[in-house]
Design a protein around this ligand. Structure first.
Ligand code: FAD
Length: 260
């Protein structure tokens, strides 16, 4: 299998760097092909702008989505964007690895998503009409692939528990796991989380890497988070609200989980 790791940490000698190296070795030892997009090492350009469209005419009004659609359709995207899309087509599984910074991914990784997820590639895919809002949330160009987050946090696991002060980790990661990964079609596996990173030593690192190794060994067998699919009949058309008979009286992120 082919695994793409998109990795966002500025320091290779960090905890994240050690976990990244461990993951690559473990996957390769199991016979998988691995590519790493090391965003800081690549000098990844994080900002989406007119330079991303090779046919952009200086002085004309730039449309972030409209120019993305044209550049993708006409093969006129910036080369770094097209290369990352090729890696995604190649991959059977995508791993996004990052330290939690201000309760989300580092800006450089968000910039990878903003730019690589072009109109026609990750969104704006499929029929758009009064009765259908495209192929998304479980369908799309990346359907059939698996995805997983590896996230480290300074905060304790209790801070991210259901009543923890930071908010539940499943809620904080919902925009990434549901909005960025499930949206273009990925099956999203439960995240691998490392809390309280300041309390790391060799003994704990051995335990953490053993846990990560187990998750990587089971990358193809672990059941995905049971997010509902947009076009499964669970949502009313055209409002795209959950049918009233499903999770009655409830709202919030967890209502978008089905039976699994
Ligand atoms: P490092 O700092 O590199 O290492 C952490 C510890 O692990 C160190 O003690 C190091 O010695 C040890 N270590 C490293 N490698 C090994 C090894 N191979 N074996 C044994 N020990 C090792 N946290 C939150 O919870 N929520 C937030 O919203 C949040 N926002 C942040 C925003 C910013 C801008 C920053 C800079 C930090 C934020 N943090 C937050 C904390 C952040 O999530 C952690 O600092 C980060 O996850 C730690 O990962 P690291 O790879 O940088 O660890």
């Amino acid at each position: 299998m082919n695994v793409l790791i998109v990795y966002a940490h500025p320091e290779p000698r960090s905890l994240n760097g050690a976990l990244r190296d461990f993951a690559v070795q473990r996957l390769e030892a199991a016979g998988h092909q691995v590519q790493v997009s090391d965003l800081y090492a690549m000098g990844w350009k994080a900002t989406l702008d007119a330079d991303d469209h090779l046919d952009y005419q200086p002085g004309s009004q730039f449309s972030p989505s409209g120019d993305s659609r044209l550049a993708f359709a006409n093969g006129r995207q910036s080369a770094d964007i097209a290369q990352e899309q090729d890696k995604l087509r190649w991959a059977d599984a995508l791993i996004l690895q990052f330290p939690l910074w201000w309760f989300t991914m580092p800006a450089i990784l968000k910039g990878w998503v903003d730019r690589v997820y072009a109109y026609g590639f990750a969104y704006g895919v499929g029929e758009h009409s009064d009765s259908r809002w495209g192929n998304r949330y479980g369908e799309g160009n990346l359907a059939g692939k698996r995805a997983m987050l590896i996230v480290t946090t300074g905060g304790w696991d209790s801070h991210y528990s259901p009543r923890g002060i930071n908010g539940p980790i499943d809620d904080l990661l919902f925009p990434i796991q549901h909005g960025i990964l499930h949206y273009p079609g990925f099956d999203v596996l439960p995240p691998f989380l490392v809390y309280r990173t300041s309390r790391m030593d060799e003994v704990r690192f051995a335990a953490v890497s053993a846990g990560l190794g187990e998750r990587l060994d089971n990358l193809w067998h672990t059941g995905p988070i049971p997010y509902r699919k947009q076009n499964s009949g669970d949502y009313e058309i055209p409002a795209l609200t959950l049918r009233p008979d499903l999770s009655p009286g409830r709202s919030g992120f967890a209502t978008h989980l089905g039976q699994g």
